[in-house]
Design a protein around this ligand. Structure first.
Ligand SMILES: NC(=O)c1ccc[n+]([C@@H]2O[C@H](COP(=O)([O-])OP(=O)(O)OC[C@H]3O[C@@H](n4cnc5c(N)ncnc54)[C@H](O)[C@@H]3O)[C@@H](O)[C@H]2O)c1
Length: 354
């Protein structure tokens, strides 16, 4: 696989973010000639961008005409990872979500729709847009599962409409789009508090895994909502990057692939494992259910990506958590500086997370 990316020119929208950073490193390791990252640093930090003469950073929104004007038909691959992070920020400000999570996608696809050189345009979809809303027993969500009109958040709406556009531009204009639909990604490079204040404490507590790891390392109680019965499909970021590269190299144009582990893990189990691995003895703190979230239990089917291009995750949850805990320990001063930026906004409701 790595040969395909040797000497490639790659554009990564949202490239300063968590997944973007890890993807950039993987592309550099695979011999990419040049990676251009476009990012407005809404939920990321300049210091998280890998330093290399092969990495260029253009700060700004991909919906900005001046940025688009700089993007010519000279890329081999385009990855669109830009998003308005995340569900709770989008509920707080649906217009900001639209601007940075959907209008962005439309403007990018429309701009590149007649490009001839690009081999693949990979769009990162979100499993939460498709998963059946249930607190009963979950079944693996397949790529062609029905899509409900009842979405939990503007974020989920934008992510799925982004998929509609990916399909539309593929069919109508022959743009070689492939959708990589992620589950719950965790791992090194996800910095709590990265970026600008987005109206809720979720700006800091981006997602359950980094939040639990940070709090466990501080010896604090892990906040568990609704007895921790919700389940997720946790996937280590290196596996997601492998999945993105597989979609770029082997995914069929116009298609969608779950990039999932296929393993269902409850939040309670996640908390127990993190407390065990960090040696945190403080008992968990029980909180009521989040009222906006109805997708209790979910995990992704791995069949299609495995069948079509042999994609399988390599890193177990335990191993991935150990690596992430180690990275968090080492990176703590940077993470705490990012959290600290939002201190004045965090007074109220600061226990809410993921
Ligand atoms: N992390 C997960 O668990 C997960 C799960 C499902 C899907 N995804 C998708 O994966 C992608 C990457 O997510 P992530 O976890 O790295 O999030 P992230 O917040 O770290 O990265 C998203 C990046 O997009 C940038 N951005 C926001 N608005 C922009 C704009 N207008 N123009 C250019 N850049 C802009 C942000 O500053 C940020 O750097 C997103 O599309 C997200 O929806 C992530």
């Amino acid at each position: 696989m790595s040969k395909l990316f040797r000497d490639a020119r790659v554009l990564i929208v949202g490239g300063a973010g968590f997944v973007g950073r890890n993807l950039t490193v993987a592309l550099l390791n695979a011999g990419a000639k040049e990676t251009i990252l476009v990012d407005n640093l809404l939920s990321s930090e300049h210091d998280n961008i890998p330093t290399s003469p092969k990495v260029s950073f253009w700060e700004g929104s991909i919906a900005d005409n001046d940025i688009l004007a700089k993007i010519g038909d000279n890329y081999d691959y385009i990855f669109h990872l830009g998003t308005y992070h995340g569900n709770q920020s989008s509920i707080h400000d649906p217009l900001a979500d639209h601007e940075n999570n959907l209008f962005t996608t439309l403007k990018l696809f429309n701009h590149v729709r007649d490009f001839k050189r690009v081999r693949k345009v990979v769009y990162s979809g979100a499993g939460c847009s498709v998963a059946k809303k249930t607190f009963g027993e979950a079944e693996a969500t397949s790529e062609d599962a029905p899509i409900s009109l009842e979405m939990d958040s503007p974020y989920s709406i934008s992510k799925i409409v982004g998929e509609f556009y990916a399909v539309y531009f593929s069919k109508q204009h022959g743009l070689p789009t492939v959708r990589a639909r992620f589950q719950n990604v965790y791992g090194p490079g996800e910095v709590l508090g990265a970026g600008k204040w987005r109206g809720t404490p979720a700006t800091v507590w981006r997602n359950v895994t980094p939040t639990f790891i940070y709090k466990a390392l501080k010896g604090q109680a892990l906040p568990i909502e609704n007895e921790g019965i919700a389940t997720r499909d946790f996937i280590y970021v290196e596996d997601v990057v492998d999945g993105l590269l597989s979609c770029a190299s082997k995914g069929r144009r116009g298609e969608v692939y779950n990039i999932a582990s296929g393993v269902e893990t409850s939040i309670r189990e996640l908390a127990q494992t993190i407390n065990e691995l960090t040696g945190n003895m403080t008992p968990v703190q029980h909180l009521p259910k989040r009222d906006w979230d109805s997708s209790g239990k979910r995990f992704g089917s791995t069949d299609k990506a495995k069948r079509e291009f042999g994609f399988e995750t390599k890193v177990s949850l335990r191993e991935g958590l150990s690596r992430t805990i180690e990275w968090t320990r080492i990176t703590l001063p940077f993470i705490e500086a990012c959290i600290q930026k939002h201190a004045k906004n965090m007074a109220k409701d600061s226990l809410l997370f993921y």
